[in-house]
Design a protein around this ligand. Structure first.
Ligand SMILES: Cc1ncc(COP(=O)(O)O)c(C=O)c1O
Length: 390
């Protein structure tokens, strides 16, 4: 073999059968092959296990999918290149012209965009209610055949808690599938509820370090089977290296999630006691309007703490600029703490009434708590609150 050929056919190094790596390798390959045509055709006809082309499956991604399915308490999972990609592909795969989708004003902005600007082009209609309006949900489902009910809990940014039992019961009674974007609550919560499809941004708590993007759709086997062909062709596949990084991040998921929630609780309590703060939104505080519901549904209350500053947009500006340890940028669930100001919370697509329901005031600030020392964060927040109130 000439060297020009050798560099394209490097020597194989197979592990002996009784010898294995403790951490699974990254299968950074697009293609897999079988020994001969007969085996290849057998695989393509579904009669042989294996892998062929990474856009449809890859062992590194598969390991991550199996882990995520177990964490969320479902049978199957598909991974995607981002959280919103997971939502987009799910919506495209589960709807058709003439369908109606029920969603909520408190839902993540890009998900609302998918409904308003993408699905609408294909003749899929939607209704936006408030997540607190369970009677409205019942009325809407009774009035109109509905394919999907899409929601989040806690919601962004003011951490409203969806009544998951009521929503799933009503959706089921009217033949609608439920999709819960469970990114804020994490991969280990809400699995005991009768949710049909969980969507996650793996960019957040799953990977944890804020350096990789990914998404996941987790559901029972039959539903995932019905999505698989569309997902393979829509093509928003997770790169195996990203899958490896996310799998690595998951090893510390519980330690990180719980530490972040512990510090979030402390910061929420601090905020509740400061004169510049009008209202704190954190489901772990007894003063939260749905505290009892949050206690029933969640083991941990999350790492997002939002609050309304009495001084409105100006005070919020002084607050975010005075912080030293919080990066002024969106996202959540990574090691470093983040903050967003009210001007960064896009609700331009909502009517004034819908904006009111979304609960964002001119002084609403959202903190995403990271893994820094809690006392350092508390000192930083107190100093910035004093600057905001000055
Ligand atoms: C609730 C929620 N869903 C979905 C996404 C989208 O995730 P990604 O940025 O991985 O596309 C985000 C991102 O912030 C989010 O907060």
């Amino acid at each position: 073999m000439k060297k020009e050929t050798r560099v394209n056919h490097p020597p194989r190094v197979d592990l002996p059968a009784e010898n294995r790596p403790v951490v699974a390798p990254i299968y950074q390959t697009v293609k897999f092959e079988f020994d001969n045509l007969e085996q290849t055709i057998e695989y393509l006809n579904g009669g042989r296990q294996g892998f062929f082309y990474t856009r449809t499956s890859n062992p590194t991604n598969r390991q991550l999918e199996l882990t995520l399915a177990q964490l969320q308490g479902r049978e199957e999972c598909l991974t995607t290149s981002s959280g919103i990609g997971a939502m987009a592909q799910t919506l495209l795969a589960l709807t058709k012209q003439g369908d109606h989708v029920l969603c909520f004003v408190e839902t993540y902005g890009p998900t609302r965009y998918l409904l308003r600007s993408v699905l609408a082009r294909f003749g899929v209609a939607h209704t936006l209610l408030s997540i607190e309006d369970i009677e409205g949900v019942e009325r809407s489902l009774a009035a109109r055949a509905t394919r999907l009910v899409i929601f989040e809990s806690p919601t962004n940014p003011v951490t409203k808690i969806a009544d998951i039992e009521a929503l799933t019961r009503l959706a089921k009674a009217h033949g609608a599938l439920t999709i819960l974007d469970n990114t804020f609550a994490g991969l280990h919560q809400h699995g005991e509820y009768d949710i049909d499809v969980f969507v996650h941004s793996l960019t957040k708590f799953a990977s944890g370090a804020g350096d990789v993007m990914g998404g996941a759709v987790i559901a029972r086997s039959e539903l995932i089977r019905s999505l698989r062909a569309d997902f393979g062709t829509l093509g928003g596949v997770l790169d195996p290296h990203a899958a490896f990084l996310i799998q690595r991040g998951l090893k510390t998921y519980f330690v990180r999630y719980r530490a972040q929630c512990g510090t979030a609780q402390r910061i929420a309590e601090l905020l509740a006691g400061h004169s510049a703060v009008e209202r704190v939104h954190y489901p772990g505080l007894p003063g939260h309007p749905q505290y009892a519901l949050a206690r029933t549904q969640m083991r941990e209350a999350g790492s997002i703490v939002s609050f309304d500053l009495g001084g409105g947009t100006q005070a919020a500006g002084r607050f975010v600029d005075a912080l030293e340890l919080f990066a002024l940028t969106p996202s959540l669930g990574s090691t470093e703490s983040l903050v967003i100001a009210p001007q960064m919370m896009s609700v331009r697509d909502l009517s004034p009434e819908q904006r009111r329901l979304a609960g964002i005031s001119p002084g609403t600030v959202r903190l995403a708590i990271g893994l820094e020392d809690g006392e350092d964060l508390a000192t930083d927040v107190t100093r910035a609150l004093d600057a905001a109130g000055a």
